[in-house]
Design a protein. Structure first.
Length: 154
């Protein structure tokens, strides 16, 4: 269930948009910012506030790869796997994260701190390999830079 404060935030976003439905992505981002992911109940309640069917909001939520419909760790590590990043070592970086955190791609560390997910492109090809750690875009990622980033987040 959404808190009163979050309901008010979603409604405020809906008021600012040309139509209530036009606020759907911002509303999903707001829910996710507070809850770390958008569960079925939060999605249904948000859809009702936006006066749209929950199925339509779910279509939006599952289309955008930065809206999480399942629980994720406190920090989501998105390693770009586009051709440029792949050629410059994205697979090695992903394998290193898996080894260090004891997870598989798509998994969350036992302490709930990190989730590792692939992402098709971060638009940072000139600084490949690239990753997004939470809200931090990192380019020219090496194993050493990745370790330093993880240590900073721990």
């Amino acid at each position: 269930m959404l808190t009163g404060e979050l309901r008010a935030e979603v409604l405020a976003l809906a008021e600012q948009a040309p139509t209530r439905r036009a606020a759907c992505i911002d509303a999903l981002k707001a829910v996710q910012a507070r809850c770390r992911f958008v569960d079925d109940d939060a999605l249904a309640e948000t859809a009702a506030l936006l006066e749209m069917p929950a199925a339509e909001l779910d279509e939006v939520a599952t289309f955008y790869n930065l809206i999480f419909r399942r629980p994720v760790g406190e920090t989501v590590l998105l390693i770009c796997n586009s051709i440029t990043c792949w050629m410059l070592g994205a697979e090695e970086l992903s394998a290193h994260v898996c080894s260090r955190l004891g997870i598989r791609p798509g998994g969350t560390s036992a302490d709930g701190r990190f989730t590792l997910l692939p992402i098709v492109c971060l638009g940072h090809c000139d600084r490949a390999p690239a990753m997004l750690a939470g809200d931090i875009l990192v380019g020219d990622v090496t194993v050493e830079r990745l370790d330093a980033l993880l240590e900073k987040q721990e």
